[in-house]
Design a binder for this molecule. Structure first.
Ligand code: SAM
Length: 255
């Protein structure tokens, strides 16, 4: 067998937001052109259970900062800080919230967070980001390092690890590798626990994702699907994105 085999899935160009920052709908949510996300509602419920006055909250992977709109219902003076590695979102967020002194933003990556943020927040949360990353060890470490008390993570967790790529279309690079994709990685409960254990001896609990499927499907219109091919839909009690079942869980880490 001396034929050259093309491995179409060998492309490591996973940072979709750098190529096309209109892929996120966060700005539309901030502008009230889209409703509050189901995940944002549940995050606020979890935070409400543990929140104390003057807590500092960090949203890592905040996009344009739309989770703030759910959190401010808990305390209108809530301190909210948003980090994202995509400059365009952070620039938008800084402008949008410039009059609010309780809100800050910084361009930071989960892979290289500045040490000045270690132990600076009471609650650190990261929603819908880890399943899109090629590795979660450094991101988990930075999330836990930034937090004094709690880390809350929403990502795909199941009995088995299932690492996957969803291709928006079949365009290829010069080597013939498909190059327009997002990672859709599910980690097993065991592997998540093992990775967190390596960082420290913390209490880790998993909570089910609670959502109104009808609200999710309201956004699954043909117009939106054309623009955002990986959109999630709700069928028979499960969430599906592309052709993969999305088993979202909330991971709560208590330091
Ligand atoms: C699917 S969006 C989720 C946005 C928001 N958390 C939500 O749930 O709607 C993923 C976000 O993670 C950001 N992101 C991707 N890689 C990152 C990294 N290494 N560090 C920080 N943010 C990152 C992207 O720019 C994008 O805003």
């Amino acid at each position: 067998m001396n034929k050259k085999i093309i491995f179409e899935d060998r492309n490591n160009d996973w940072e979709i937001w750098e190529k096309n920052n209109s892929i996120e709908r966060s700005i539309k949510r901030i502008q009230n052109k889209l409703p509050e996300m189901e995940a944002s509602k549940q995050l606020a419920k979890i935070v409400r259970r543990i929140y104390k006055k003057n807590f500092r909250i960090l949203d890592f992977g905040c996009a344009a900062g739309h989770y703030y709109n759910s959190l401010k219902k808990i305390d209108k003076y809530i301190y909210y800080c948003g980090f994202d590695s995509t400059k365009a979102y952070i620039s938008y967020a800084k402008k949008h919230f410039k009059k609010n002194t309780n809100i800050q933003f910084d361009t930071q990556s989960l892979f290289s967070m500045s040490k000045k943020y270690n132990n600076k927040f009471d609650i650190v949360f990261c929603s819908n980001v880890l399943h899109h990353l090629p590795s979660i060890d450094i991101p988990l470490k930075n999330l836990i390092n930034a937090s004094k008390k709690y880390c809350i993570i929403r990502t795909l967790v199941s009995d088995n690890t299932h690492l996957a790529r969803f291709y928006y279309d079949d365009t290829t690079n010069r080597r013939g590798e498909l190059n327009n994709f997002q990672l859709q990685n599910t980690y097993s409960y065991g592997l998540i626990r093992k990775k967190i254990k390596k960082i420290g001896n913390f209490k880790v609990t998993f909570e089910n994702d609670i959502f109104n499927g009808k609200n999710i499907n309201k956004e699954f219109t043909s117009k939106e699907r054309k623009k955002y091919p990986g959109l999630t839909k709700f069928v028979d009690g499960i969430q599906i994105a592309g052709s993969k079942v999305f088993e979202f869980k909330w991971i709560i880490i208590k330091k």
